[in-house]
Design a protein around this ligand. Sequence first.
Ligand SMILES: Nc1nc2c(ncn2[C@@H]2O[C@H](COP(=O)(O)OP(=O)(O)OP(=O)(O)O)[C@@H](O)[C@H]2O)c(=O)[nH]1
Ligand SMILES: [Mg+2]
Length: 303
Amino acid sequence: MDKPNFKSGFAVLAGLPNAGKSTLLNQFAGGLLSAVTHKPQTTRQNILAIAEGNNYQIVFVDTPGFLKAQYKLQQTMAACVDRAVEEDADVVLFLVDASVDFAPNAALVEKLKKVYCPIFLVLNKTDLVKDAAALTALEERIKQQLKVAKTFRVSAAKGIGVEKLKEAVAAVLPDSPPYFPPGQWTDRWERFYAAEFIREQIFLLYQKEIPYSTFVEIETFTENLGPKNFIRANIHVERESQKPIIIGAKGAMIAKLRERAQKRVEEFLGRKCRVELNVVVSPDWRNNSELLEKFGYIVRDEE
Ligand SMILES: Nc1nc2c(ncn2[C@@H]2O[C@H](COP(=O)(O)OP(=O)(O)OP(=O)(O)O)[C@@H](O)[C@H]2O)c(=O)[nH]1
Ligand SMILES: [Mg+2]
């Protein structure tokens, strides 16, 4: 039954890689739902987090950082941003890292100019900016380029300004019954998160191209077998030469990864589990449409 005066809709987080979108999503969700690392391009797919109030349900959408695609995986990432801002959004939260140069946002600003729904400008990482005048100047500069409905200053990492932003998002949503049943906080299965958090630990542990060259596939996810769940994951790499890097001398690196990944997955699941990792070479998977599709990325036909 429709509830009277109920508001519901999609709030899409868009911004450059590393702006803090996933950190903010986790704050909204009140838990760890989206992988966060100091490296850009951590998020590869849209991730939902559902926030509920007495008279609203907000579906927050975390998107991959906006970028110019160089290979097929990045094309699928860019397409995620397009779909979210152009098709799903009732409001876009344009997340800007206030502690770094704004200039690289130019192409994203052009995209956002074409969006029909209201845009909230969210200046993030304000904990790193001591000069309030600099924030005001940044805000003015952005407003000259883009029509924004409201501006917020937040620190996603510290949780500052997040509640106020959430209330403002709820207020701007259309009257609508909830999209998801009450109590549901996401639309994905535990398997997906297990893979995301193993990948997160790869991003944190390995250097250079390695994190970008990996895909984590959950091969086995067994619940209720003995006291612990059992998860066996394949780490796909692009080239034979990357396999020994993942494994490390005498298996030291993969042992460290396994330990950290297991801890992280247990933290997420809220229960004990045993994680096993295996390395597989899937040649050039980042540019292979068939493999990308098999891995669950949405591949758009070449335009
Ligand atoms: N100091 C500070 N750091 C922040 C803040 N918000 C996020 N960070 C850090 O910025 C880095 C990137 O955060 P993410 O949330 O992964 O950024 P993202 O926009 O999701 O990045 P992609 O998924 O790569 O597009 C992490 O190291 C965060 O801890 C903040 O308010 N203050
Ligand atoms: Mg992210």
